[in-house]
Design a binder for this molecule. Structure first.
Ligand code: NAP
Length: 242
């Protein structure tokens, strides 16, 4: 059993999740780098360890009940609790097709990762989070989940019309609020982060922000003090319209 704070970041073998894992480890966390693929996960963890960081690969496919349960029991076997959970794993399958042309199979596959994944992972880790003095849960959402921005002609989100991806992140925001309300009396703060349009594999590196910029709000919400918000949806400048 250890006094070092611990964090799980899902989908952390690359992109924003990898940078969040790096930042949390640099802040002194023991980081469990969640990845569904052993080769990609160990490679990322090894690279971060080479920077002197305490990072270990943890197998998690957020769509697979058994890997999620096993991941929670792995941590439970070496630690009494978990301080931070970052639900970062996400997909955006054919996200830019017009709504009328989006394949139901693509929408379902998107929801499996972006909606059911964070529910599954949060529920599985909840006993460990509840055992921490003051745990934090971050849902990595998106501006795409903002209905307010989608309806605002002045917003860059207005011209996007991402049926599967956008609605999955709106659902994730609603899920975040449900967990936040239930867990507030247990000192767990649960919030959603909008990292902004970031150059990663998710969008074939078309995003204009860096993973360092994107990780900022995620890390901030993962390390909130006791007086921090819960049930909110934020970018680094403040609340994002629902
Ligand atoms: P990315 O580079 O494509 O990384 C996505 C990560 O999720 C990868 O590690 C991927 O693993 C993992 N993943 C996918 N399916 C998974 C599954 N079933 N189980 C576990 N892990 C899985 O994309 P990113 O841009 O960093 O995205 C990270 C998060 O930020 C996502 O939730 C995304 O929606 C959100 N976001 C991104 C942007 C942006 O502009 N990039 C904007 C707003 C929000 P594999 O390598 O094995 O596929």
């Amino acid at each position: 059993m250890t006094a070092t704070k611990s964090a799980v970041v899902t989908g952390a073998n690359k992109g924003i999740g990898r940078e969040v894992a790096r930042r949390l480890a640099a802040d002194g966390f023991k980081v469990w780098l969640g990845a569904r693929d052993g080769e990609r996960g160990t490679k990322a963890a090894t690279e971060l360890r080479a920077e002197g960081l305490d990072v270990q690969w943890l197998e998690i496919d957020v769509t697979k009940e058994e890997t999620v349960a096993k991941a929670a029991s792995t941590i439970g076997s070496v630690s009494s609790h978990l301080d931070v959970l970052v639900n970062n794993a996400g997909v955006a399958i054919n996200y830019d097709r017009p709504p009328s042309e989006q394949a139901m199979a693509d929408i379902k596959a998107t929801y499996e990762v972006n909606v059911f994944g964070p529910i599954r992972v949060t529920q599985a880790f909840l006993p460990l989070l509840l055992a921490a003095p003051a745990a934090r849960v971050v849902m990595v959402s998106s501006y795409g989940g903002s209905i307010g921005r989608a309806l605002d002609r002045a917003s860059p989100s207005y011209s996007l019309n991402m049926l599967g991806y956008g609605s999955s992140k709106a659902a994730l925001n609603a899920i975040m609020v449900c967990f936040a309300k239930e867990l507030a009396p247990r000192r767990i703060l649960v919030n959603a982060a909008a990292p902004g349009y970031t150059a990663t594999d998710l969008n074939q590196h078309k995003g204009h922000r860096t993973v360092q910029q994107a990780a900022e709000i995620v890390v901030r919400l993962a390390t909130l003090g006791a007086d921090g918000p819960t049930g909110g949806y934020f970018d680094e400048k403040g609340p994002v319209p629902w």
